[in-house]
Design a protein around this ligand. Structure first.
Ligand code: NAG
Ligand code: NAG
Length: 512
């Protein structure tokens, strides 16, 4: 008997401790995988089992991790990155992204591994962007789902959790304006956001409903599933972004992907330790290949670098870089976080991707931002406004502009001091961001979707949330009241006039 109770207890203990989690990282962008990898490793460390659908995979097999690679999606996106210049890249890439959910569900490996009978998951984690159809998995597995937004708050995400008045403070990240908007910007933003919402409700979701039924027969409508998110993880933090309104089931976890620095490889350590006048780290991220820059741009940049006392590390994918001065080192890969953590690194020249920006703030290294696409324009604009960054346009990378930007950053202490202050605020939190992320994910599992966290505003329709029904009623009432007053006034005026005219008539009669 005792043994039976013990076994039952052990069974429950094990069942409570270890959950089956399905994680979908559908975006063919390595920076998204960096975020996903960190969370997956955190969950594995807590004893959970994870099934991961992603274009990328681990180098070696990891215990309790089952990987389902999106091979086709990865090949398609790599082909785009290799061929096309950044501007056209954005458009082609975005079409791949917005249909992300469909690419995932149609994938051969996914069809084979995920739709086989008898599979069970306690929780599903999905990345934001093209996730509409993927929410069908939450219906399929009868499991709650969590969304991770790699860019922090977006207006769509805010609507999903029921935040009211979003166009007043949250510009669409692609329009590249600051959340502190003037009247005209709020007007434009409202028109853009509301038209996108109307388009979403009446066309996009309806179109997707057919696909939803194709992949998940009997599933609720896309909008029912879409607005049923259990928890939203926002990759942002007020220390380097804005303090924005929130709800209990949306958590700011910005910075969770940054690890404590690891020792640098020996050659790098020698270079950086020896950089007595400081070092500059230059990387345009994983989506832009530096070797595809025009020759004259590369030459201009190198000329500017050659005038510096500082050592420059440039993430450059080709082994050959003609005319490379002595103080410039290149490599196709650098341990970015560990380099930024080195005390001699004084400046980071970056495309302004959110992860790079976060790592710069974490380590207190001021930046020169060269935005290339997507949210990078917005990120760099904000960083400039907050006084720890300087902007250079991608099409204007040349010797003169680099001289100016680097000179300003190295000679004006303001940028460095502002960045150090940001960094101090960034680190001052009750719980480390990764611990907080894992805690809230487990919380949703423990409380089966944690419906109590959902804001009651999430159940209101868009019209109710914006109080449009109320204002419409008030307008009608106001109109009726106005009409009534108008009628009364007209009556009174008429009466007075009638009296006057009858008096007049009398006087006229008398004088006659
Ligand atoms: C750029 O420079 C490389 C190496 O010097 C050369 O092979 C290549 O043809 C040049 N490209 C253009 C467009 O001039
Ligand atoms: C919404 O999620 C909860 C779990 O948090 C689940 O019980 C419910 O069935 C879901 N509703 C829809 C329409 O999927």
């Amino acid at each position: 008997m005792k043994l039976l109770i013990l076994t039952i207890n052990l069974f429950f203990y094990l069942e409570c401790k270890c959950s089956e989690i399905l994680y979908i990282q559908q975006m063919p962008s390595y920076s998204h995988y960096i975020l996903c990898d960190k969370i997956v490793k955190g969950l594995l460390a807590k004893g959970h089992r994870v099934t991961l659908i992603s274009p990328y995979s681990q180098k070696t097999q990891v215990e309790n991790l089952k990987e389902i690679p999106l091979t086709k999606l990865k090949e398609e996106s790599e082909a785009i990155k290799d061929k096309v210049d950044p501007t056209t890249f954005q458009n082609t890439f975005m079409s791949l992204v917005f249909d992300g959910g469909k690419h995932v569900l149609e994938d051969e490996n996914v069809q084979k591994e995920i739709f086989k009978p008898g599979l069970h998951f306690d929780l599903i984690i999905i990345h934001k962007f093209g996730e509409e159809l993927l929410t069908g998995l939450s219906y399929h597995f009868k499991a709650p789902y969590i969304l991770l937004s790699t860019i922090g708050q977006s207006f769509v995400g805010s609507m999903q959790v029921g935040l009211p008045g979003v166009p007043a403070y949250l510009p669409d990240f692609l329009i590249n304006i600051s959340p502190e908007m003037c009247f005209f910007q709020r007007l434009i933003n409202t028109v853009i956001i509301d038209s996108m919402l109307i388009y979403g409700y009446f066309f996009h979701f309806r179109k997707l409903d057919n696909d939803m039924q194709k992949f998940f027969p009997g599933a609720p409508s896309v909008s029912d599933l879409y607005f049923n998110v259990s928890l939203y993880l926002w990759n942002s933090h007020p220390s380097y972004g804005f303090s924005l309104p929130s709800v209990p089931n949306a958590i700011d976890v910005g910075g969770f992907h940054v690890s404590d620095p690891k020792p640098l490889p020996k050659d790098l350590k020698t270079i950086l330790d020896g950089a007595k006048d400081g070092a500059i780290f230059f990387s345009l991220g994983s989506n832009v290949r530096a070797f595809s820059l025009p020759n004259e741009t590369k030459d201009g940049i190198l000329k500017s670098f050659s005038k510096l006392k500082q050592v420059v590390l440039w993430k450059f994918e080709d082994p050959e870089l003609p005319n490379k001065p002595k103080n410039v080192h290149i490599s196709k890969w650098y341990p970015q976080q560990d380099i930024l953590a080195h005390p001699n690194v004084k400046l980071f020249i970056t495309h302004g991707g959110l992860l790079s920006l976060t790592e710069a703030v974490y380590n207190g290294v001021p930046i020169i931002g060269i935005p290339v696409f997507g949210d990078q324009f917005y990120n760099v604009e904000e960083a400039v406004k907050q006084g720890y960054a300087y902007k250079v346009l991608y099409n204007e990378m040349n010797e003169k502009n680099f001289d100016k930007a680097i000179g300003e950053m190295l000679n004006n202490k303001k940028y460095y001091e502002n960045m150090k202050e940001k960094s101090r605020v960034f680190h001052d939190r009750p719980v480390k961001p990764l611990d907080s992320t894992i805690y809230w994910i487990e919380y949703v599992i423990r409380h089966r979707g944690a419906p109590h966290l959902r804001s009651i505003t999430a159940n209101l329709s868009w019209i109710q949330l914006q109080l449009l029904d109320v204002y419409a009623t008030l307008l009608v009432l106001l109109f009726i009241a106005f009409k009534c007053i108008q009628i009364v006034i007209r009556k009174i005026v008429n009466k007075i006039c009638n009296c006057k005219s009858s008096k007049k008539e009398k006087t006229i009669k008398k004088t006659q």
